[in-house]
Design a protein around this ligand. Structure first.
Ligand code: NAI
Ligand code: MG
Length: 484
C-alpha cells in the first residue's frame, strides 16, 4: 500500500476566510414579539470562539418572566397566523429561505466562529441545508391536505423548541420551518454556546415582515430551557440534545397535554464488509466519525470491520487520519475544527482516559495544535469489545471504537446491542446484504455506501434512547399537526 504522506510532501498555505464582512453587535437581546428586547434578568453571558478563547459577543439570559412574555406573544400570534391563508404563510417562509441564501457567507463565517466547525462544512452543509429546509416546508404550507389525504390537518398551537450546539442554524431551521408552515407559532431556544446564528436568523425574520410573535427566539442555558418546557401555555415540545435532558423533559411533561418529539443521542454502527470498495469505505469512516469533530448525534462512532479486511482497512484509515488537517475553523483547508466548548473537551478527554484504562489500544494522529482553544486530534481505539464504556456511551467527539466481525448475523447482533437506535452505515457491493441490514438494524436511518447524508425530504429520528418522532419530510409535518 502506498502511503498518502500528504502532510509531509504537500505544504498547505493557509486559505483563511475573511471576517471583515461580518457584522456582530456587542450585546444580543431577546427576540420577542418581533422586537429585540432586554431581558428582565438584566444578565448577559459570553459567547466564545472555541478556536481562540476570545469573547465574540454577550448574550442575554432569559428568565421565567421573559419566557412568559415570549409564550404570550406566540399565543396571541397563533390566533391570526393559524387562520392566515396557507399560501400567504408559505410566502413568508420562502422569503426567509431566500434571505438565508443571500446572507449565506455571513452565516457560515459566524457559525464557524461561534461553534468551531470548519468553514467548509458550515459553508457547504449547514447553511445551504438550513435554507433548503425553509424552501421545502414553504412549499408544503398550502398543500397540507394533499400531504394527508382525507384528513383535516390543524396546527397544535405554541411550540417550545430547544436545540443543541452541534448544528445551530440547521437545527433552528429543522424546528422552525415545519412548525410555522403548519400554522403553529414558536418559542425557540438555541444552545448557550452557539446562540449567534439563531439571533442572526431573528434579524432576518424581523426583516422578512413575518407577523410579530410567530417566531420568538430566547437565549439562555438549561434553566431557561426548563422554563419553556414547564410553561402551561406550551402545546408541544420539540427537543434535540442529550438523552439525559430528554428524559428530564419527558418527566416534566408527563400528565400534561403537551405533545413532544425528542431527538437524542446515538452510537451509530458503521459496518464494512469484505466485499466493500475499501478506499471509498475508508473515506466513509472518516466522514462518519470526524465530520463536525464528531459532534454529531448520528456519527458512526462504532466501526465494525469484517475480519478478513480488518488489517488493510485499519492501516489505510490510520494513514488517512494522518492527512487530516486539524486547526483554524476559518481556514478552507481545515478538516477538523475546534471542540465546541471546554466542557465538551473535558467529556471527550474523560472518555479517552476511560478507553485506555479499560484496556483499549489508542491511536491518535499527530498534529500541531494551538495552545489557545479546544482541540482533540482524530482518535481511534482498537482491542475494545461490546462491554467497553467507549463502545456503549455517546462520546460526541472525534473518537472511533473499532471492532471486527466474521458473519452478517454476528454484526447485526453487535450493532443492535446498544441503548441507542439512531443511525447506521453499511458498506458492501452486494445489494442483498444492504436490504438485509436495512431491515434488521434497529436504527432510524441506515446509509448504504455513504454516510451523514441529509435532505429536507427525508425523515430523521431514532428508536429506543435515541428518542421518538421524526423531523424532515412528511413525517416532520405530522409532528406539528393534529387531525380532525
Ligand atoms: P444538553 O442536552 O444539556 O443541551 C441541549 C439543549 O438543551 C441546550 O439548548 C440546553 O440549554 C438545553 N437544556 C439543558 N438542560 C435543560 C433542561 N433541564 N430543560 C430544558 N432544556 C435544557 O447537552 P450538553 O450538556 O450540551 O451536552 C452533553 C452531551 O449530550 C454531549 O456530550 C452529547 O453526548 C449529548 N448531546 C447530544 C446531542 C444530539 O444532537 N443528540 C446534541 C447535544 C448534546
Ligand atoms: Mg460559542
Amino acid at each position: 500500500m502506498s502511503k498518502l504522506n500528504l502532510n509531509k510532501t504537500w505544504n498547505y498555505a493557509a486559505a483563511t476566510e475573511s471576517t471583515n464582512h461580518i457584522l456582530l453587535k456587542e450585546k444580543y437581546d431577546l427576540f420577542i414579539n418581533g422586537e429585540f428586547v432586554k431581558s428582565n434578568s438584566k444578565k448577559y453571558f459570553d459567547t466564545i470562539n472555541p478556536a481562540t478563547d476570545e469573547v465574540i459577543a454577550k448574550i442575554s439570559e432569559a428568565n421565567k418572566k421573559d419566557i412568559d412574555l415570549a409564550v404570550k406573544s406566540a399565543k396571541i400570534a397563533f390566533r391570526s397566523w393559524s387562520k392566515l391563508k396557507a399560501k400567504e404563510r408559505g410566502k413568508y417562509i420562502f422569503r426567509i429561505a431566500r434571505m438565508i441564501q443571500e446572507r449565506a457567507k455571513e452565516f457560515a463565517v459566524i457559525e464557524s466562529m461561534d461553534g468551531g466547525k470548519p468553514i467548509r462544512e458550515s459553508r457547504d452543509v449547514d447553511i445551504p441545508l438550513a435554507a433548503n429546509h425553509f424552501f421545502y416546508y414553504a412549499g408544503w404550507a398550502d398543500k397540507l391536505e394533499y400531504a394527508f389525504p382525507n384528513k383535516i390537518p390543524k396546527p397544535l398551537g405554541v411550540a417550545g423548541q430547544i436545540i443543541p450546539w452541534n448544528f445551530p442554524l440547521l437545527m433552528a431551521a429543522w424546528k422552525i420551518a415545519p412548525a410555522i408552515a403548519c400554522g403553529n407559532t414558536v418559542v425557540l431556544k438555541p444552545a448557550e454556546t452557539t446562540s449567534l446564528t439563531a439571533l442572526k436568523l431573528a434579524e432576518i425574520i424581523q426583516e422578512s415582515g413575518l407577523p410579530k410573535g410567530v417566531v420568538n427566539i430566547v437565549t439562555g442555558a438549561g434553566n431557561t430551557g426548563a422554563e419553556i418546557v414547564n410553561h402551561p401555555d406550551i402545546d408541544k415540545i420539540a427537543f434535540t440534545g442529550s438523552t439525559n435532558v430528554g428524559k428530564l423533559i419527558q418527566k416534566s411533561i408527563s400528565g400534561t397535554k403537551k405533545k413532544s418529539t425528542l431527538e437524542l443521542g446515538g452510537k451509530g454502527a458503521n459496518i464494512i464488509f469484505e466485499d466493500a470498495a475499501i478506499d471509498q469505505a475508508v473515506e466513509g469512516i472518516v466522514n462518519a466519525i470526524f465530520f463536525n469533530q464528531g459532534h454529531v448525534c448520528c456519527a458512526g462512532s462504532r466501526l465494525f470491520v469484517q475480519e478478513s479486511v480488518a488489517n488493510i482497512v485499519i492501516e489505510k484509515l490510520k494513514d488517512r487520519m494522518s492527512s487530516l488537517i486539524v486547526g483554524n475553523p476559518l481556514d478552507k483547508n481545515t478538516d477538523i475544527g475546534a471542540i465546541n466548548s471546554k466542557e465538551q473537551l473535558a467529556t471527550i478527554n474523560k472518555y479517552i482516559k476511560i478507553g485506555q484504562e479499560e484496556g483499549g489500544e489508542i491511536y491518535q494522529s499527530k498534529c500541531s495544535i494551538s495552545k489557545k482553544g479546544n482541540w482533540c486530534p482524530p482518535t481511534l481505539f482498537l482491542n475494545v469489545s461490546q462491554s467497553h464504556t467507549i463502545v456503549q456511551e455517546e462520546i460526541f467527539g472525534p473518537v472511533l471504537a473499532i471492532q471486527t466481525f466474521r458473519t452478517i448475523d454476528e454484526v447485526i447482533e453487535k450493532a443492535n446491542n446498544t441503548p441507542f437506535g439512531l443511525s447506521a452505515g453499511v458498506w458492501t457491493e452486494k445489494g442483498s446484504k444492504i436490504f438485509k441490514l436495512t431491515q434488521e438494524l434497529n436504527a432510524g436511518v441506515v446509509w448504504a455506501n455513504t454516510y451523514n447524508k441529509f435532505d429536507p425530504t427525508s425523515p430523521f429520528g431514532g428508536f429506543k434512547e435515541s428518542g421518538f418522532g421524526r423531523e424532515g419530510g412528511l413525517h416532520g409535518l405530522k409532528a406539528y399537526l393534529k387531525f380532525e
